[in-house]
Design a binder for this molecule. Structure first.
Ligand code: F6R
Length: 608
């Protein structure tokens, strides 16, 4: 998983490429590089490390040229190093390639190319592409790239330039994202829309197994087998400003504070004035919702935690049995799925390789595929029979926050919609739900107003090395999510546990150095979780309770409490999540970690 960008037009390419790479850095930041064509030569600059290093190199040794490609890398084949940084070139240094994806048969191809005399300088799978294109290049770059890709197995989004055809860039994709920004006298290719938003809002999607010949005035798409393809462009509604920090110290904090708006946006048009839910946009007929007899949810990471909440909701509200699986496990366990199954794939990016593969597997067994996704036109949405978009806008922080909340909202809508249709949700309950979920943005606002309380808690706990998060029932996935947020951005070891499980092992970890956070809203299991807290307190652990407003008992049970507005027990996971996001954020910020781009992580994991 990496970010690629390419520019052709009347401007100097380097500033546009660097700007684009900066907006794609969330996709990986192990190394970065660019190549430009100028006066019949190929010039490149690349370096291991973050983009800022490349930026400094370009200050010392500027490059000029109006055609170029760039890359920001998340290493898969070959460690992060200068040699392994993209772009990669052929033997004669005439062709340059940037690539996101994995060439699965690269060892075989490399062996063949080496036997033919090609000299490799990197350990990457990508370099075989440069040499393959060189091998097939007669007088037409597009044909050479097509020929090369016909020999390739695996996934790719590529941009290719050659000194022999300085008036074009050739790009192609299979299972890795690629989109074009069409400007006036300039065109830009990129892994993701924000890379070109400052220059144009007119975009065009490239599909799997398509190539595109890009000049400054046009973009001609054709299939891998050579047939021309007509494609409409579309206007991007996102504003470039949406991708900026808007005055917050980090994108993550900004995104946490956007959550009231995100909830409101995700509800818009889906809750009618007379308190009904409309999911017409999924294209799923009522008969389908009635026919389903089992639901499978597949997702990874934070989206999986949303899926776990979804299981509780769909079972409780729609009375449909649900299995929830880590997408990376689903397809390897031969799940019993058929045409009466509904598979819900949840993914912010819509590009997560494991989720895509699980979704495809379920579809191949006859299931209907509904995706909950944040990125329009992403690979997952294109595989799906229906899509319910989360309207969270661009999420730049690597740690998912607002998209998790939006995924939960989508799952509530699905649960109540299906439940009502199937006769399990009486009118009065539907009415009560619709009225209460409309209040959620206001409740989140109230939590955010008290962010200083969490900041103060963070000061007390920033030096801890271990943390335990406990929750029961529908709060258990929120405990997992709270622990994931803390570990991924602060690098503190944290575990989420079903509170009842604690006595079956993890209690051995407890001592005065391991704080325990319990998610304890008023409702079923409240007394049980309080008993669990008594057990940890008896072992000297410091305890934090995230509790409902009006819970006057809580202060007797916990060393520290944070109060969230009271809501229905079923809706409370949304509110319980927000303080945990803030706690993770403020602890990480105090520790001075790279909150928006934590080490070893990338925003979108497009490899298995
Ligand atoms: C954690 C996080 C990841 C993602 C996971 C799935 O904060 O962001 O765990 O949730 O990589 O990504 P998507 O939702 O894009 O499929």
């Amino acid at each position: 998983m990496c970010g690629i960008v390419g520019y052709i037009g009347d401007k100097q390419a380097v500033p546009v490429l660097m700007d684009g790479l900066r907006r794609l850095e969330y996709r990986g930041y192990d190394s970065a590089g660019i190549a430009v064509l100028d006066n019949g030569s190929l010039h490149e600059s690349k370096s291991v490390g973050k983009l800022s290093i490349l930026e400094n190199m370009l200050k010392d040794h500027p490059l000029s040229g109006k055609v170029g490609i760039g890359h920001t890398r998340w290493a898969t084949h070959g460690r992060p190093s200068d040699d392994n940084a993209h772009p990669h070139s052929d033997c004669k240094h005439e062709i340059a390639v940037v690539h996101n994806g994995i060439i699965e048969n690269y060892m075989k191809l490399k062996k063949m190319l080496v036997a033919e005399g090609h000299v490799f300088v990197s350990e990457t799978d990508t370099e075989v592409l440069a040499h393959l294109i060189e091998k097939y290049y007669e007088d037409n770059l597009l044909s050479a790239v097509r020929h090369a890709l016909q020999n390739v197995e695996g996934s790719f989004a590529i941009g290719v330039i050659s000194i022999r055809e300085p008036g074009c860039i050739v790009a192609a994709r299979r299972y890795s994202p690629l989109v074009l920004g069409l400007g006036e006298g300039e065109n830009i290719l990129a892994s993701d829309i924000p890379a070109f938003l400052p220059y144009t809002k007119e975009a065009m999607l490239i599909n799997d197994d398509e190539l595109v010949l890009i000049t400054k005035d046009k973009a001609e798409i054709s299939t891998l087998s050579g047939e021309p393809v007509e494609r409409e462009s579309f206007q991007v509604l996102w504003d470039a400003k949406m991708a900026e920090k808007g005055g917050y110290k980090h994108f993550m904090l900004k995104e946490i504070f956007e959550q009231p708006q995100v909830v409101a946006d995700t509800l818009t048009g889906r809750l009618t004035d007379d308190n009904r839910i409309s999911l017409a946009e999924t294209g799923f007929q009522d008969e389908l919702w009635k026919k389903i007899n089992k639901v499978f949810i597949v997702a990874c990471g934070t989206a999986y935690h949303a899926g776990m909440v979804g299981k509780y909701l769909i079972e409780e509200i729609a009375r449909l049995p649900v299995e929830v699986d880590l997408a990376s496990e689903f397809r390897y366990r031969n799940p019993i799925v058929d045409e009466n199954s509904l598979v819900i794939a949840i993914s912010q990016s819509g590009e997560t390789a494991d989720t895509l593969a699980a979704a495809k597997e379920a579809k191949s067994k006859g299931a209907k595929l509904l995706s909950i996704c944040n990125v329009m036109g992403s690979s997952l949405t294109r595989e799906s029979d229906g899509v319910l978009y989360t309207r969270a806008g661009i999420e730049v922080g690597v740690a998912a926050t607002k998209t998790f909340i939006a995924q939960l909202i989508a799952l509530y809508l699905i649960s109540y919609y299906a439940g009502h249709l199937r006769g399990n949700v009486p009118e009065a309950d539907l009415n009560a739900f619709c009225s209460e979920i409309r209040r959620i943005p206001r409740y989140i606002d109230q939590i955010l107003v008290s962010h200083d309380e969490i900041k103060n808690l963070a000061k007390l706990f920033q030096k801890k090395t271990d943390f335990l998060y406990l929750g029961r029932n529908i709060q258990y996935p929120i405990a997992l999510e709270g622990a994931l947020k803390l570990k991924e951005i602060s690098y503190i070891h944290a575990e989420g546990y079903a509170a009842g499980e604690m006595k079956h092992g993890p209690i051995a970890l407890i001592d005065e150095n391991v704080p325990v956070l319990a998610i304890a809203p008023r409702g079923p299991n409240y007394d049980k979780i309080i008993s669990n807290i008594k057990e940890v307190k008896a072992r000297d652990a410091e305890s934090i309770g995230v509790v409902s407003d009006g819970d006057n008992e809580a202060q007797h049970h916990f060393d520290h409490i944070f109060t969230v507005p009271g809501t229905s027990y079923l809706l409370s996971p949304i509110l319980m999540t927000v303080p945990l996001q803030l706690l993770a954020y403020y602890i990480a910020d105090k520790k001075g970690t790279d909150v928006d781009q934590p080490r070893n992580l990338a925003k979108s994991v497009t490899v298995e």
